[in-house]
Write a protein that binds this ligand. Structure first.
Ligand code: ZN
Length: 622
């Protein structure tokens, strides 16, 4: 079975069509490429390749550039060196906290925050836990790539055969780049198997050497076609602790013993929601604010805890940081100035006293003891807990639309996962994970062959590259729709669509239906969108799956949306409609909505998705 799957992955018929066979020898390859490129030679290839490599750690790339001799898992000795051919020394790209893929890439690209840290998340508006299929569902940051593996089957294979998946991804990346029709200066691509491979203890240094070789081949072919050097920027979203399988923390049993109930929604003060996916070195806890203090006091005794962070109950911009020794400090955030203060109450939980002293010496603390986010960053880039204050605060407020009340960073000898996952993982070799606050988990990479880079963070890296212009705008080439609110949309850090620029004109908490289709601009297409809404299926026990349920013979409602709000921008592909005032839905139900537009000949369905209503019967946007 395994062999057959492997053959399927590697067989050319399974990959996207590309013009050249891999079996050709180099000179023929170059010659034929020149010929293939002749008809379209008026269209230049993109100037720059911006390549996201998931989970590549700063320390690994640094070692590889310097040259490293090491033994692999089987005791064989290797010497490897790579990314020396025209690349500048690698810099740190410090992740978000938690240092996990979805939140970190969303931060790096400046996108609107996602509903949850993970694809299983607690939705506050619904008071319910939601599950999105993490393997087959694409997040905004993935859809913005010019190239990534979109196929759900292939993606799931990345967990089974990460090295083969990596070879496939690297090969496809090169071929797709050389055959792109994109006229933009930047070409964006994303490789995920580098992260899968490290979770499964594969040799990341060997994989990076192979990537370097593949990129050298691309650079040579590019130069032959374009007569100039290809600019390459490689960045990653977090590191990897390389700490082996780890012991599973007993957080569920521990909390149950303390009288709490692990559940999918919060009703009773002792209820706790604990969304868990995969094997991670962090934990998110959603609890009643009144329980935050007693929970912190208990959780510091949980074996495997390194640092505990929490929103201070009843205080908007104060956060608590504790360690397992019971040392405790407060973080205060001035959100207008984006400045932070670290106040030690008992001990120094994250060893920031020397940082405070250094900032004081450099006169960077104001009379209240606050320093700017940039000043804290400059002082802590090489710290064991890099850029911690800002990352903790953003982690508990901004990196997701449904932030946790408590975020725990684990000691690297421990992991958090469901017991089934842990049992399954015992069948394979686990190499390590990420998610925690420390440098091993958090320090990703920034590597360039066209300009020297400096250490930075996920929140700042876009600003060093003009905000990553030219990301694929899938809403101009696909059709779809979503519920949005002004307050949610205003959290988008880098405005790309007109709605991002004018979101502050939308009343904060009102709901709108955002609809996009290239057909809006086409002649003969009528402006109105015909909408059908039907009840989907019974709201179950609180665990909701974001599938695509069909209505079960339920009564359908029909509406015509023909009055989009007008925004002061030329806006042909997208429209935003207010929620019709006569739309009355039942509370806490799951609905299905679809929309069609008409042209002279036919009407075409342009969107189709499931949503749920809150206790007032209003659709929930996130
Ligand atoms: Zn990642």
């Amino acid at each position: 079975m395994g062999y057959r799957l492997l053959t399927m992955i590697l067989s050319p018929s399974f990959s996207r069509p590309h013009r050249l066979s891999r079996s050709m020898r180099q000179p023929i390859l170059l010659l034929s490429l020149v010929m293939v490129s002749l008809p379209s030679s008026s269209v230049a290839l993109p100037k720059r390749l911006i390549l996201g490599v998931d989970g590549v750690a700063y320390r690994d790339m640094k070692a590889l550039q310097a040259g490293v001799t090491y033994e692999d898992a089987h005791g064989f000795q290797f010497h490897r060196q790579a990314f020396t051919n025209g690349y500048f020394p690698v810099s740190r790209n410090v992740s978000t906290f938690p240092s996990t893929s979805d939140v970190a890439w969303t931060e790096i690209l400046g996108d609107r925050p996602l509903p949850g840290y993970q694809r299983t998340y607690f939705c506050e508006a619904l008071n319910s836990t939601i599950v999105i299929n993490g393997v087959t569902t694409s997040m905004e940051h993935e859809r913005q790539m010019d190239w990534e593996v979109e196929n759900g089957f292939l993606r799931s294979m990345g967990y089974v055969f990460p090295v083969h998946m990596f070879q496939y991804e690297a090969h496809e990346l090169v071929e797709n780049f050389l055959n792109t029709k994109s006229q933009a200066d930047n070409y964006y691509a994303y490789i995920r198997s580098t992260d899968d491979a490290q979770h499964l203890s594969r040799d990341i240094l060997a994989m990076l050497c192979a990537l370097d070789g593949k990129l050298n081949e691309l650079r040579a072919r590019y130069k032959a076609i374009e007569g100039r050097d290809l600019e390459i920027l490689i960045l990653s979203d977090h590191g990897n602790n390389h700490a082996g399988p780890g012991k599973r923390i007993q957080v569920r049993g521990f909390l149950k013993k303390a009288g709490y109930r692990i559940t999918k929604s919060l009703g009773n003060p002792k209820d706790i929601v604990l969304p868990t996916t995969g094997i991670e070195s962090w934990v998110e806890i959603h609890n009643s604010p009144a329980e935050t203090e007693p929970l912190l006091e208990r959780l510091r005794h949980l074996k495997g805890v390194d640092v505990l962070t929490a929103r201070a109950p009843g205080q908007v911009n104060r956060f608590i940081v504790m360690n397992s020794e019971g040392e405790r400090a407060n973080i205060d955030w001035n959100s207008n100035r984006n400045s932070f203060r670290y106040t030690m109450e008992t001990g120094d939980p994250i060893q920031y006293r020397p940082v405070v002293e250094a900032l004081a010496r450099k006169s960077q603390l104001d009379p209240e003891g606050f320093a700017t986010a940039d000043a804290w960053m400059a002082e802590t880039l090489a710290h064991r807990y890099p850029v911690a204050l800002e990352r903790i605060v953003r982690g508990l407020t901004r990196v997701t639309l449904n932030p946790a009340t408590i975020l725990i960073s684990l000691n690297n000898k421990y992991v958090h996962c469901g017991w089934l996952v842990k049992r399954g993982s015992e069948l394979v070799t686990i190499g390590g994970t990420h998610g925690g606050l420390d440098d091993l988990n958090s320090d990703g990479i920034l590597l360039s062959n066209f300009e020297p880079t400096k250490d930075t963070s996920a929140t700042r890296v876009a600003a060093l590259f003009d905000g990553f212009p030219g990301l694929r705008d899938y809403r101009t080439v696909e059709s779809g729709a979503e519920w949005i609110s002004g307050s949610e949309q205003a959290l988008t850090r880098i405005a790309r669509a007109p709605i991002d620029r004018y979101s502050r004109m939308l009343p904060g908490n009102e709901l709108f239906l955002r609809v996009w289709t290239p057909r809006f601009g086409q002649p003969g297409v009528e402006g109105a969108v015909d909408v059908t809404i039907a009840k989907a299926r019974k709201f179950s026990d609180g665990l909701i799956s974001l599938g695509n349920p069909r209505p079960k013979g339920a009564a359908e409602r029909h509406l015509t949306l023909d009055l989009p709000i007008s925004l002061p921008d030329n806006w042909s592909d997208e429209r935003v409609y207010p929620l019709p005032s006569d739309l009355i839905l039942e509370p806490e139900k799951e609905y299905w909505i679809s929309g069609r537009i008409r042209d002279r000949e036919k009407d075409t369905r342009i969107f189709d998705f499931a949503f749920r209503t809150d206790s007032r019967g209003l659709p929930v946007a996130y």
